[in-house]
Design a protein around this ligand. Structure first.
Ligand SMILES: Cc1cc2nc3c(=O)[nH]c(=O)nc-3n(C[C@H](O)[C@H](O)[C@H](O)COP(=O)(O)O)c2cc1C
Length: 165
């Protein structure tokens, strides 16, 4: 198995983090991986807010259901959709998903853990993040060195998922 396929297979959602900081060059590499995701008509509708100050982490921690993750992760990337940059809602959201997955895989490949936290659209959270009028919060991705090593979550067998025509 090559390293891309191995990373896809071995990545896990990590929800507990050590306090060690994430090196700036690793954070940049993760953001670069997001930036290189595909997007419809190459509109690149993603925007990123990096949450690393104690103050913002605490504030978000109080608002988001899975608060411990956001409070304890040394850094969280909030991924926004710039609705003015996009051109088709479904395709824009698909592009944001590709961007997020690229970042999860990049984090894993660098020895870091991360988790995709969806369903965080909330006015208060968006205010803390400084989300603009034509932007929408799509997901939060807390990142840090893993303090857990969860077993793989089961996947449905291919035979149940694939039809050949
Ligand atoms: C769209 C989406 C939303 C998710 N939302 C959450 C979430 O709010 N909280 C959470 O702990 N995990 C969330 N996850 C992570 C999933 O629970 C996880 O990917 C799934 O259980 C498979 O586990 P694995 O990532 O370790 O393979 C989300 C994943 C996706 C793709």
């Amino acid at each position: 198995m090559n390293e891309v396929l191995r990373a896809i297979r071995e990545r896990r959602s990590i929800r507990a983090f050590k306090t060690d900081p994430v090196e700036p060059e690793k954070l940049e590499a993760i953001l670069e991986a997001g930036r290189w995701a595909p997007s419809g008509k190459n509109t690149q509708p993603w925007r990123f807010v990096i949450v690393e100050s104690q103050e913002k982490r605490q504030q978000l921690g109080q608002l988001v259901t899975q608060m411990d993750m956001i409070r304890t992760a040394p850094v969280t990337i909030a991924v926004l959709l710039d609705t003015e940059a996009g051109y088709d809602r479904i395709k824009d959201i698909q592009a944001i998903g590709a961007c997020a997955q690229n970042m999860l895989l990049a984090a894993h490949s660098l020895g870091l853990g991360a988790c995709w936290i969806g369903r965080v659209r909330d006015e208060q959270v968006e205010r803390v993040l400084g989300v603009g009028e034509h932007e929408e919060l799509m997901m939060l991705i807390p990142i840090g060195y893993p303090a857990e090593s969860p077993p793989p979550k089961e996947r449905k067998p291919l035979a149940d998922l694939v039809r050949r025509i």
